[in-house]
Design a protein around this ligand. Sequence first.
Ligand code: SF4
Length: 312
Amino acid sequence: MQQETDLEVAIEGLINAIKERGANSVGIQLPEGFIRQARRISGEIQDRCGIPVIISGRPTYGACDIDKELLGMVDLLFHFGHAGESMGKIIFVEMRSSVDIRPVVESAIKYLKGNLISIVTTVQHLGMIKDAGEILTSAGKRPLIRKGSGDGLRYEGQVLGCNASAVDERAEEVLFIGSGRFHPEGIARITKKRVVAADPYTGRVETIDPEPLIRRRWGTIAKALGARVFGVVLSNKMGQYRKKLADEIMKEAKDHSIEAHLILLDEVREDLLINLGMDAYINTACPRIVDDMRHVILLNPDEFREVLRMRG
Ligand code: SF4
């Protein structure tokens, strides 16, 4: 099985890295979709290198989300499933899925109304993105596959939940290949384009309209217009710590005579914000956290600036 082979190749690579670097302890961190492989990876390293391995049990959502505590405890930390620039003790191990994306791309064609179609995917399915382009061309469409810009984007067609710059402005629609709604909803909201999401694991195709997603954000902005006290949320996750931005927001609030308080959090969770008891919050961490909030007002910085503009 291809997936087995990919994992075997990855394990060989990390065993070599352990030997080359003379590491005496190793940490491994895997996202949800791969976490069940942790046991096998840990077992192989222990058996073949004779060194202790610690598995991070914390969920991780991106290359921006490295387990800092674990990093401080080991000689090398292998972060699986996301693309990133390996540096120091952190080594990124990308994983490619073996699932054939072609059947679901064939199924998605009837949902695509336009002619110019941007094709994007997550790092797992990049190996077959060109096949998707060929299928679209055969169906008389014009596929657009380009590399976006920003941290963590290394390949043509690759998107992150917070970065859809691989979507070509000329595209009439977007074809997203991958599972879940997290990425396609992000793409729809960022690009304001209709997204056809094709899941190669389930074979399901869904269309995501940007309008309701955008409307929901405007609803939150409207609620924030009456807020008096704001909390400015700073994350202590390695890749999401944006102190300069948080300081700028604090200054902007002060310039508008708004009471604001800086809050440091690891996980930006709704229950923690509710406990803090402020009227509204401004998020400087992962911009997609705002989508998880149901009972608190959490704005991204550009949305807070919109509130300031509307308040006059
Ligand atoms: S900031 Fe959020 S959406 Fe962006 S890569 Fe990190 S976890 Fe994913």
